[in-house]
Each structure stands twice: as structure tokens, then as C-alpha cells.
Design a protein around this ligand. Structure first.
Ligand code: ATP
Length: 300
């Protein structure tokens, strides 16, 4: 299967464009064929016409919608449904993956979210196929799964740092496409978000981590090593977009220099994905009269 750029993704079916958005987020942010990562404005707000204050208002309003849709998904899972959502978050250090988890997923019931962060494989994981730990972390029906980094590290850091030979990683793009196709076919809507921070903004965020003692815990000296290989990482990210943005699992490229926009955009992408499922409250066969009578009979 080849990457395509039409707008028949699993997100957004039957939705209307919400206030502030001139184009639905899944259209404005989707990486179609020929998408040029180097040419994108990382302070941009594609599809959204408002400023920061309007963005915050829009996010709060859509947060309520997101919360209700997530509850419907959870109810669907509790009553035998097979649908789920997987949000894959990728981005360079400081791109704001943690902030998205805190501010976007923080708006929904934590019971319905399964979050997994992927660091370097443990010796046990390294002995397995790289997709094994990913497969084991896929969301159960009714859940929103969130991957903070993912199997894409196996064609990003692994490629840039030569952790395995090229002959080994070059086949992984097609393997990942086939894997995600299989995940989608089992009922999971896959929403892949590339948070894209600029080189200048990354420096400012790293500097802030160094200059503010309460941020020291976030600082990792290895982040500078990765920054030194910025161009190689950009090339590897571009290859990911070229090879793995498919109808079944499209990539959305989110400019991340403005944190408020990145968080609003991910909120919107999740709302659109959940709306696309078209779920309603499950019909539960309950004899309400009888149950009310039983409840009344418990009165003291
Ligand atoms: P983050 O940098 O995401 O905020 P962190 O600093 O807490 O997280 P960890 O969660 O321990 O660090 O790990 C993140 C690191 O793990 C990243 O540098 C990433 O490149 C690396 N990593 C993730 N997956 C792999 C992989 N498959 N192979 C090698 N390294 C990986």
C-alpha cells in the first residue's frame, strides 16, 4: 500500500468545522504526498485563525466534547464493542509530548486512557522483535491508548545513531505500514502526531530547563547530543512521513513552537477521530420500572 494524501482518513467523518477553524484539523495538518518538513512554519497555526486567547477558549470548549466522546468510547468497550483510539506522539526533545499528555489527555477520565512511554529497549525487549513491546501496549477496546514515542524510534534514533545496520532498518517502514494496517483493521483508529519544534525554539526550551532549578529534572545532557544531529533527525522524520503516512494511519504534522496551538490541534484531532467512530450511548436492556421499585423497597 502506498501513502496517499486524499482526505478519506478515519477521522472527521460527518463533522462540522468548529469555531476558529477554517479547515478541519485532520485536513489542515495531514501529511500528504510530497509534504516538506523543512519548509513548514513551526510557529504556524494551520487551519486555525484565532490567537492564543481564542485558542485557549476553543480548547476548553472542545475538551468537554472530548470528555463526552471518550466516555462513550469507554461505555462502548464495557458493553462488548471493539473500537479504540491510538494516539502516537513523536517529536524531538522539548517538542511538547509531555505537555500534550498532561493538558489534552488531562481533560478526560484517566480510567479510559492507557499511556505508555517508550524509552530505550530493556535487554529483554531488545531480544525480541522491535514491534513486540508495541503490540503488547496496544489499547484495549474502549480505551484511548497514548504512545509517548513509539515504534517510530526504530526508524528514527535507530537510523540516526546507527543502532542497527541500514540493511535491517530499511525494511521497517513497510513493516510498520503493514502492522498499522492490521491494527486499524481490528478496530483501532490510529492518530499519529508529529510535534514539530524549530531549532531555535528547542534551544530556548533547553536553556529554560538549565536556567530554572524547578526544570532541572527535565534536563537530559543527551538532548544536546541529539540536537547536534538535528539535520540527520529531520531527514529521518521526513522519511517517516514519506513512507508511512497512509489512509489507515495518517501522519498529522503539528507545528509546536506555540504550545497552545499544539495542544489545541491534538485535542481537535482526537475529537475528530472519536466523532468519526459515530458511537452513541450503548443500549442497555434494563427493566427500569422493576429496578426503581427494588430501589424504593430499600428505603428505611
Ligand atoms: P523524553 O526524552 O521522551 O522526554 P526521557 O528523557 O524521560 O524521555 P526515556 O523515556 O528514558 O527518556 O527515553 C527516551 C529516549 O529513549 C529517547 O532518547 C529515545 O530516542 C530513546 N528510545 C526510544 N525508543 C528507542 C528504541 N527503540 N531504540 C533506541 N532508543 C530508543
Amino acid at each position: 500500500m502506498t501513502p496517499r494524501g486524499d482526505d478519506s482518513a478515519g477521522t472527521g467523518a460527518g463533522t462540522t468545522t468548529p469555531p476558529g477553524w477554517s479547515v478541519p484539523a485532520h485536513e489542515a495538518l495531514r501529511a500528504g504526498p510530497g509534504f516538506d518538513l523543512a519548509g513548514m512554519d513551526r510557529r504556524g497555526t494551520p487551519g486555525f485563525d484565532g490567537d492564543k486567547a481564542q485558542g485557549r477558549t476553543a480548547m476548553a470548549a472542545r475538551g468537554e466534547t472530548l470528555s463526552e466522546l471518550q466516555e462513550k468510547l469507554y461505555a462502548h468497550g464495557r458493553t462488548g464493542g471493539d473500537r479504540s483510539v491510538l494516539l502516537v506522539l513523536q517529536g524531538m526533545d522539548t517538542a511538547g509530548k509531555g505537555g500534550v499528555v498532561r493538558h489534552v489527555l488531562g481533560m478526560v477520565d484517566p480510567q479510559g486512557v492507557s499511556l505508555r512511554a517508550f524509552g530505550p529497549p530493556t535487554p529483554q525487549e531488545a531480544a525480541q522483535h522491535y514491534l513486540e513491546r508495541i503490540r503488547a501496549a496496544l489499547p484495549a477496546p474502549g480505551r484511548i491508548g497514548v504512545f509517548d514515542r513509539s515504534h517510530y524510534e526504530d526508524v528514527l534514533v535507530v537510523r540516526v545513531e546507527n543502532l542497527v545496520p541500514r540493511s535491517e532498518w530499511k525494511g521497517r517502514y513497510d513493516e510498520i505500514v503493514a502492522f498499522e494496517e492490521e491494527v486499524a483493521a481490528r478496530g483501532t483508529v490510529v492518530v499519529k502526531v508529529m510535534l514539530t519544534v524549530s531549532y531555535e525554539e528547542q534551544a530556548a526550551r533547553l536553556r529554560e530547563r538549565l536556567e530554572r532549578p524547578e526544570k532541572h529534572w527535565k534536563y537530559n545532557p543527551g538532548d544536546i547530543d541529539a540536537r547536534l544531529r538535528w539535520d540527520d533527525y529531520q531527514e529521518a522524520y521526513q522519511a517517516v512521513l514519506d513512507r508511512t503516512s497512509t489512509d489507515e494511519a495518517p501522519w498529522y504534522v503539528v507545528p509546536a513552537d506555540r504550545k497552545w496551538f499544539a495542544r489545541l490541534a491534538v485535542t481537535e484531532l482526537l475529537v475528530e477521530a472519536l466523532e468519526g467512530l459515530g458511537l452513541d450511548w450503548p443500549e442497555v436492556h434494563l427493566d427500569v420500572e422493576t429496578e426503581l421499585a427494588r430501589l424504593d423497597a430499600t428505603a428505611r
